[in-house]
Design a protein around this ligand. Structure first.
Ligand SMILES: [Zn+2]
Ligand SMILES: [Zn+2]
Length: 348
């Protein structure tokens, strides 16, 4: 088979290698579409790869091409999305169903072979079946969708409330959709890019706010009568939005950090004090798993893609690029700001 192999920093090659074979309770997946995740960029262009040579890719879908002995839940021809976390299932956290907190885990596309290839072998429980009316492109968005939904679970989300989504990237726009599916009173999406905000509107957001507008906080105050939001989801992982979350939270709100910071974060006492005064709850969210593995995040993504309530708008996809041209795709990230949305690598 052909695969995109990372040999060293910024050294991606499309090469012929041995096609893997599924062992006991494993399946061979013929990869159809694979997304490039933000976390793949430093693995290719920086020093974040665990080892070389490696095949990356953890957001992908495909068709089951073969099954090993003892596989019962999927068959050849099934359409599946990959579930990249391989927890140990033994440690105390795994026994409690906190798979994201497992310390002895493996991960498809960062520790073992990933989906930037024609084929990949996965454990049977690391694939989620989806319906024929769900496209392989949607299949490649299961992982980001589940990450967003996991944030709602961490925040103990409930409907009937005003929700702020900070950041209109892939995760933010899925978080907005989940908040609506589960009955938000109103969803507000905050971003600095009007195109992303238009997309948020198109996907059903009630109010979109460009935080570059000097008076945007006044606008929010008018909309919420100064009460702020009962749920705040931070999805960008940048200082400005993490701080804004503290300002936008209402009394007794639930605030969830889904985005992961990459720089020092400084909260002035007055800003931090918001958490004391408002007595809001702040929680983090990590990956997208719950019991029974891989969790309802995955089952519900398959369900709501099938019934059409969860949408993959074409504008969430920046470009579709042939797998053999993966290097060109990663080269685009060398120009900051030039990639707007998800790049999908496609096996024709
Ligand atoms: Zn990812
Ligand atoms: Zn474990």
């Amino acid at each position: 088979m052909k695969a995109v192999i990372l040999h060293a920093k910024d050294d991606l090659r499309y090469e012929e290698i041995q096609t893997p074979e599924p062992g006991e309770k494993q399946v061979l997946v013929k990869v159809k579409a694979a997304g490039i995740c933000g976390s793949d960029i430093p693995r290719v262009l920086g020093d974040a790869a665990h080892y070389y040579p490696i095949i990356l890719g953890h957001e992908f879908s495909g068709e089951v091409a073969a099954v090993g002995n003892g596989v019962e839940t999927v068959s050849v021809g099934d359409r599946v999305a990959a579930v990249p976390l391989i927890p140990c299932f033994i440690c105390a956290d795994c026994q409690k169903g906190s798979y994201s907190q497992c310390r002895n885990y493996s991960f498809v596309g960062s520790r073992i072979q990933g989906g930037f290839a024609e084929y990949v072998v996965l454990p049977e429980r690391n694939v989620v079946k989806f319906d024929e009316n769900v496209t392989y492109e949607q299949g490649a968005f299961f992982e980001p969708s589940t990450v967003a939904l996991h944030g709602l679970k961490c925040a103990e989300y409930q409907g009937g409330k005003d929700v702020a989504i900070l950041g209109g990237g892939t995760i933010g726009l899925f978080a907005a959709q989940w908040a609506m599916i589960f009955g938000a009173k109103r969803v507000f999406v905050f971003d600095i890019d009007n195109e992303r905000l238009e997309l948020a509107k198109k996907l059903g957001a009630d109010v979109t706010i460009n935080t570059l507008e000097p008076n945007f906080k006044e606008v929010v105050k008018e909309h919420t009568e100064g009460k702020g939001f009962e749920f705040v989801f931070e999805t960008a992982g940048v200082g400005a939005t993490m701080k804004l979350a503290f300002e936008l939270a209402g009394n007794k709100a639930s605030v969830c950090f889904i985005g992961t910071p990459t720089k020092d974060l400084v909260f002035e006492p007055k800003l931090f004090e918001n958490m004391n005064r408002k007595e809001f709850k702040l929680t983090g969210s990590w990956m997208s798993y719950s019991a029974p593995f891989p969790g309802e995040e995955w089952e519900l993504t398959a369900h709501y893609f099938r019934n059409g309530k969860l949408k993959l708008d074409d504008s969430l996809i920046f470009q579709k690029i042939a797998m053999k041209d993966a290097k060109k795709a990663f080269d685009m990230y060398k120009t900051p700001g030039s990639v707007k949305g998800k790049i999908l690598l496609i096996n024709e």
